[in-house]
Design a protein around this ligand. Structure first.
Ligand code: ELG
Length: 283
């Protein structure tokens, strides 16, 4: 049966595109596990709440202060990068991605992270109290860290955001967003045949859609026997904050009868969905 998700990370993702010395944009978004709760578009001064529970248990005053910190950061970031580029002779165009966040761990502890990627590859991260360059970073990665580490004020602010604010904010959201985070949405499942894998062969396709949360168990069975040739696709998102999965089995035409697709999901309790293959599915 599907493994339950214990982890509820809060993640901030930032994409900054620098086209040339005058054109750039920065967009930010943040997620609670797989639910997007915030956006911060380049053209917006303020962080936009996408959920009624986005503010967590922070007061308007606390949130305003936090937003101001981010506004200063975004302005400074753009200015800093432009200076780095001149100093380190980095060429345009390039893209910088920042990911940061925290997660609660068993025993009332939490873990935080802040990573920066340049052209899709890790260049630096924040570890403990300082910036560290990634093992395979370009030569200027070390230089950037040395410069960044001279700014004691920013190091303290980053530590405060990662180790104090983030876990406290997350705890609040887990309260205000509890019902949505714990929501259970039942999957639908249906069978069809896919493109024939070869002469006399059938591709049996079992599609499962609309479930939440993500963990799911789907397999082709003959009676109580799981079919080892079962091929799982990736679990991909629907547009309505539910998930979709396609599971196939390649068989000879004669083997198809008696096979079934079985779905286990937390929303179904013990009532697994079982769909039997029959001739009507082959078309
Ligand atoms: N500091 C103002 O990413 C992701 C969350 C980071 C939060 C940083 C918050 C602190 C901040 O905004 C900027 O610092 C001045 O003002 C502070 C008080 O407001 C303090 O007094 C501080 O001492 C003072 O200096 C500061 O400008 C900071 O550098 C902003 C950007 C930090 C940053 N830099 C960055 C650099 C990120 C990715 C990559 C690089 C270098 C790569 C080079 C690529 C070509």
């Amino acid at each position: 049966s599907p493994a339950p998700q214990r982890h509820l990370p809060l993640r901030y993702l930032q994409i900054s595109s620098f086209a040339n010395s005058s054109w750039m944009r920065t967009d930010g978004l943040a997620w609670l596990r797989d639910l997007q709760a915030y956006t911060w578009r380049n053209d917006s001064d303020t962080i936009c709440f996408l959920k009624p529970w986005s503010q967590g248990t922070f007061s308007d005053q606390q949130w305003k202060q936090l937003q101001q910190t981010f506004q200063v950061y975004r302005r400074s970031f753009t200015r800093d990068i432009r200076e780095f580029v001149k100093m380190l002779h980095v060429d345009y165009p390039f893209e910088i991605q920042v990911s940061a966040g925290c997660e609660e761990l068993p025993g009332n502890t939490s873990e935080s992270f802040l990573r920066v990627a340049f052209q899709g590859r890790d260049v630096l991260s924040f570890q403990g109290t300082s910036w560290v360059s990634a093992p395979d970073a370009p030569p200027w990665g070390q230089m950037a860290c040395t410069v960044l580490n001279q700014d004691q004020g920013t190091r303290e602010t980053v530590q405060w955001l990662l180790h104090d604010i983030c876990p406290r904010f997350l705890r609040g959201i887990l309260e205000t967003g509890k019902s949505e985070l714990e929501k259970q949405v039942k999957p639908e499942a249906w069978l069809s045949s896919g493109p024939s894998p070869g002469p006399g062969r059938l591709l049996l396709v079992c599609r499962v859609s609309g479930f939440y949360p993500k963990p799911v168990w789907v397999t082709w069975m003959r009676g109580e026997r799981e079919q080892s040739g079962t091929q799982q696709g990736d679990i991909v998102p629907n547009a309505d904050e539910t998930w979709y999965l396609r599971v196939t089995l390649d068989v000879t035409a004669g083997e198809a009868t008696g096979l079934s697709c079985r779905v286990k999901h937390s929303s179904l309790g013990d009532q697994d969905i079982i769909l039997y293959w029959d001739r009507s599915h082959a078309s």
